[in-house]
Write a protein that binds this ligand. Structure first.
Ligand code: C5P
Length: 291
């Protein structure tokens, strides 16, 4: 049995280069792992031959399925298929304690899948490199390679090209509104709008540079409330906010932990968000939890 923290993924800046012939989009995105929110993923062998079972607990299970389509289950299936018969025979039980909301732009399902890939690489003694695990994950979802590597990185291509980078430690306030936004309609809206580049530039803390999100106009088209939410967050936090990927979460970046906590108190008091957390950037997307 192994237990892992699966950290949320936060896109700090996102340029979309073009729509591809396969319907996906070529990206150039600066992305970080953050400690909050995170899911906790426990992986046990022993569900029985060829079985992958998923159980859910925690406050953010809404919209998460436990069937074969669950990304963590698909990740398990993929590694089981590569294991020796004797090991494969035991099957896998996955317990997901969900604290990362779905359809918030925080990569929760991808983080869980990345944790399962790391866990089963170890439990099934597959000895795959991180690069190989990331490449298996890329078949399942565009955000999984980043979640497998974690830290701070540029995501390019569809998301499968990861170029690690170095950023100063950030304290990150993540605020989730009472509405969700699914990703595919936002990319479709970007196409319909003619592929706009966002002209709203947020200046991040020192060493982070200027941040843009080309999906912001498209997300506002799909869910107009996201703009009001972001502006209310900026008033409460007294600092500019970024949209997390395709939304619906927004985030405010700080280099000072006390400033982040003070902003969290004000955002809590404003009662605009259904979830407000402060985390910090982490060097890994998936971290083992010692028993
Ligand atoms: O790869 P994944 O299944 O996570 O992507 C979800 C959706 O996001 C895709 O169906 C597609 O609409 C959109 N997407 C995209 N280009 C990317 C990543 C995601 O168009 N690079």
């Amino acid at each position: 049995m192994t237990t892992w923290h699966a950290n949320a993924k936060l896109t700090l800046s996102l340029r979309i280069l073009q729509r591809r012939s396969d319907g996906f989009h070529d990206l150039d995105a600066l992305t970080v792992s953050v400690s909050e929110p995170h899911d906790t993923v426990r992986v046990d062998m022993g569900a029985g031959r060829d079985r992958v079972e998923v159980a859910l607990t925690g406050p953010e299970t809404k919209g998460i399925t436990t069937g074969a389509d669950n990304l963590a289950a698909r990740a398990a299936r993929k590694l089981l298929d590569r294991a020796l018969d004797a090991r494969r025979a035991s099957g896998v039980r996955i317990a997901l304690h969900k604290q990362i909301p779905a359809a918030a732009g925080l990569g929760g399902g991808s983080a869980d899948a990345a944790a399962v890939l790391h866990a089963l690489n170890r439990s099934l003694a597959l000895n795959l490199s991180t690069f190989e695990i990331a490449s298996l994950g890329a078949d399942l979802g565009s955000d999984i390679p980043f979640c497998v590597h974690g830290g701070a990185a540029f995501m390019r291509g569809r998301g499968e090209i990861i170029e690690p980078t170095t950023l100063p430690e950030l304290h990150v306030l993540v605020a989730v509104p009472p509405f969700a936004i699914a990703t595919p309609p936002v990319f479709r809206a970007w196409d319909v709008l003619g592929g706009p580049h966002s002209d709203r530039v947020v200046t991040g803390p020192a060493g982070v540079g200027e941040l843009v999100n080309d999906l912001e106009p498209a997300a506002e088209r799909v869910e107009p409330h996201v703009r009001d939410f972001r502006e209310a967050l900026e008033r409460a936090a007294a600092a500019p906010a970024i949209l997390a990927g395709s939304g619906s979460a927004c985030a405010v970046l700080f280099d000072d932990p006390d400033a982040a906590e003070a902003a969290r108190a004000r955002v809590d008091e404003s009662a605009i968000a259904r979830l407000v957390v402060v985390g910090r950037t982490r060097a890994r997307g998936v971290e083992p939890v010692e028993p």
